[in-house]
Design a protein around this ligand. Structure first.
Ligand code: NAD
Length: 366
């Protein structure tokens, strides 16, 4: 039983259908007069329109890729410096938000992003540009975390630093209407992983726990609906709320084994982030099952952890997500177990999982 905790959540959140229309007012509120916009290709035409409509948006980097590379951060940083930007707008999935957050923390400082990525220079939270984070997927919760996940070559690294915390988040479910079904399922299960891992994390605490329970309930009720009918705005709205709550559930406690395993699965087998987290999530529900998890299940109307694991497995199957080792091609199981075991997030799992335990888990997925 945890009796002492410190809870802080510094991001001002604007949530609701149509809230994106408030972007101009939010720029004003945060004193942004020269913003660089950062997004992926799907939003590039909209970015052009926004720049034409609002002269405070002075440049856009609109080529963020999935599992964003450091080179995109370098490019956004360069634009910020060149244009004398005093704010960054990140619009897109976690890849775009993480790129915006990293560039905003580097731009007003000496050196380039690689210096900070490799730890030669230290980020300072007092010296960063304000970020307005606008998610267009319902998954990562990056709009409320101080995490940026970035790849450099084949290495994918999570950097956790207060300098990455956005100033504001505009969560408008209307922006998620165009997400294709497979990405809808991947990102929705990423949100499920955030809620469950925040909840069972060794560092869990009461306020995020409440949000985790609500996120799991919303995902169980709405993810399949958004996968079947992407235009269902009510279900999309509930999933955006779930993803936001999922982000808040893990922002302080941090994630655990499913995220630890997701890194080798993304790096070596090229699974998108949500699919990589979901790969082990139902197995970990069974491994981490305890009285607290049973309580979560009863609060979301499930008979117990076995039903929760089955519901996750069924969602993966419905979405066509890879879920067996044989789906990954030729697997180096020794390396996979070794890499998962040494990931720092593995220490946050409530049940200790060494290489042998991980091997048993993966072999059951053969
Ligand atoms: P993503 O940002 O990589 O986007 C996936 C694809 O969907 C891209 O092709 C993108 O262009 C497209 N897309 C996004 N929104 C769309 C829309 N509305 N309509 C049509 N297409 C759209 O995917 P993601 O799952 O949101 O983010 C994954 C990244 O976020 C990974 O790098 C992951 O490691 C990271 N992540 C970060 C945090 C954090 O706290 N910072 C948390 C979890 C994951």
């Amino acid at each position: 039983m945890i009796s002492e905790f410190v809870y802080a959540q510094p991001v001002k959140i604007f949530f609701g259908q149509g809230e994106f229309k408030k972007l101009g007012a939010v720029l004003e509120e945060f004193g942004v007069t020269r913003a660089v916009l950062c997004c992926g290709r799907h939003f590039a035409p909209e970015a052009e329109k926004l720049m034409a409509e609002d002269r405070r948006i002075v440049a856009a980097f609109s080529r963020v890729e999935q599992n964003p590379q450091l080179s995109g951060i370098e490019e956004t940083t360069r634009l910020c410096r060149e244009k004398g930007a005093d704010g960054v707008i990140g619009i897109g999935g976690g890849s775009s938000l993480d790129t915006a957050k990293f560039a905003a923390a580097v731009a007003p400082n000496e050196g380039d992003a690689l210096d900070y990525y490799e730890g030669r220079r230290a980020l300072v939270k007092e010296r960063r540009l304000p970020v307005i984070a606008v998610p267009t997927t319902a998954g990562t919760g990056s709009e409320v975390t101080q995490v940026s996940v970035v790849s450099h070559g084949t290495e994918k690294k999570t950097i956790n630093n207060p300098a990455f915390m956005p100033a504001a988040a505009i969560v408008d479910p209307v922006l998620t209407l165009g997400v294709p079904p497979r990405t809808t399922m991947n990102t929705g299960l990423d949100a499920m992983a955030h809620a469950l891992e925040g909840y069972w994390s060794k560092n869990h605490q009461p306020i995020p726990d409440l949000m985790a329970v609500e996120a799991v309930r919303l995902i169980l009720e709405n993810l399949e609906k958004t996968w079947r009918d992407g235009s269902d705005l009510e279900a999309r709205t509930n999933m955006s709320r779930a993803a936001l709550l999922g982000g808040l559930s893990f922002a302080l406690p941090k994630t655990a084994a499913s995220h630890a395993c997701s890194y080798p699965l993304s790096e070596d087998y090229h699974l998108p982030h949500g699919e990589a987290c979901a790969f082990t999530l139902d197995s970990l529900v069974r491994i981490n099952a305890d009285a607290r998890l049973e309580e979560l299940c009863s609060r979301v109307g499930l008979s117990g952890t076995e039903e929760l694991a089955e519901r996750i497995r069924a969602l993966k199957k419905l979405g066509g997500l890879r879920s067996r080792l044989s789906d990954l091609g030729k697997v180096d199981l020794d390396k996979l177990c070794r890499d998962c075991a040494v990931h720092p997030l593995m220490n946050n799992n409530p049940v200790k999982l060494d290489e042998a335990a991980l091997r048993r888990m993966f072999e059951a997925l053969a």
